[in-house]
Design a protein around this ligand. Sequence first.
Ligand SMILES: [Fe+2]
Length: 274
Amino acid sequence: MAAGVRLLGPGRALAQDRDGCTRWAFLSDTHVASNPDHRYNGFLPYRNLREIVGQIAYDLPDGAVITGDLAWKRGESHAYENLKAILAPVTAKRPVYLGLGNHDNRAGFHGTFGGLIQDNLTVPDRHVATAIAGPVRLIVLDSLLVDRASGLLGQSQRAWLKAFLNASDDRPAILFLHHRPKIDLLDTPYLFDIIEPMVKVKAVVYGHSHEFGFSEYKGIHLINLPSTGFSMSGGQPVGWVEARITKSGGEFVLRALAGSRKLDGCRTRLCWRA
Ligand SMILES: [Fe+2]
């Protein structure tokens, strides 16, 4: 059985108030290794994530999403067990959605998290997860292309997405995946052929680059999350993003833990297209 996205946590009913605000923790590229002391580029991914989870657990949001590259290398056997243990303070009380990136291993991931599957939406050879979180709909996609650094949603997942969006109400939708649209996501044109005309799709959130930034493509906001584990260059933060989302837009606050901290606390406000 293939695995791409998992929902952990108690699966509690999320708030349904369409006029309210929902607060989420967005994380990416945790790169947890089997060895908790594993160091890369001067950073300690295991310890960074443990500290970030402590921050999140101190003031619990409504939930969390991690957009892939959960593990180091190709998903070392104990990496996912470590990840599960680190996330426990949050998953005990809130839903946490996990996506897979090019450094993950489906079998290893499934071996650890398989028993906790709570999403019941299936796409052949992929897993997707959706949730209604107050005013918005969250859609976590699977862009892992085995043995390739680049990503692909694939025809069947795109077809599912199109049908799902067509069947959904006009609640603002935010997509999550690992790879960068236009750069690493090989079927970006096909994805945007689907979502550009659907005004309800407001933003795509992703990781992969270990860089933090905002841009826009065809009217849709692109939100590139930093890595919680390590940065590739000195100018980039290591951390996570705290998101407050309403039906008309969102406020995204960088929580920088290491690397460049000059943008720590920086607030970016986005308005959804109408
Ligand atoms: Fe990564």
